[in-house]
Design a protein around this ligand. Structure first.
Ligand SMILES: [Zn+2]
Length: 170
């Protein structure tokens, strides 16, 4: 599953996986407290892929047992599939949501991940100075937010300081 998303994510942007050895070596390491944001800019398309352990999205990771937990799952499903309040960019970039690729994880007795992907089309991509990862406000107990940014001209990895949401795209 992981590689399907990874491959399709970069393939869709016309970028070759082998140019990003850091991603390849990380593979899928589900670590509670660590969420990853993959931001890619290709022409006027901005893509954001999130990889988050269910425990950092829901507050729990097993199948829901109470009404409150079921409600939490439903709320998260509605939030992520709508793709609202996920991220912000400068208004002048003129970005509009184009598509959301979201499949609710199967919650059972083991680990589970959320891996939604959001695609925006921007009328003025030159104004994409930054992106704010608003999704972090709703995530729970995140200790480490890793961000990978790639575009035709650069690639960068950083770890956001606690409480920080904004990532430079320049
Ligand atoms: Zn887990």
């Amino acid at each position: 599953m992981h590689w399907f998303f990874r491959t399709s994510f970069f393939a869709s942007l016309g970028l070759m996986l082998w140019t990003f050895p850091a991603y390849a070596s990380e593979q899928h390491k589900h670590e509670h407290g660590t969420v990853t944001f993959n931001v890619a800019i290709d022409g006027n398309v901005l893509s954001l892929e999130i990889e988050a352990p269910a425990i950092n999205v829901l507050g729990f990771e097993k199948s829901p047992r109470t009404d409150a937990e079921r409600q939490t799952v439903a709320t998260v499903d509605a939030w992520l599939s709508a793709g609202r309040e996920i991220a912000g960019v400068p208004r002048s970039a003129g970005c509009r949501a184009q598509s959301v690729i979201y499949e609710a994880p199967k919650l059972g007795s083991g680990h589970a991940d959320y891996r939604p992907r959001f695609v925006f089309r921007c009328g003025n991509p030159a104004a994409l100075e930054w992106v704010e990862l608003w999704a972090l406000r709703r995530f729970k107990d995140v200790e480490k937010a890793k961000v990978n940014v790639i575009s035709a001209s650069m690639q960068r990895q950083e770890t956001l300081a606690p409480g920080r949401l904004r990532v430079s795209l320049k």
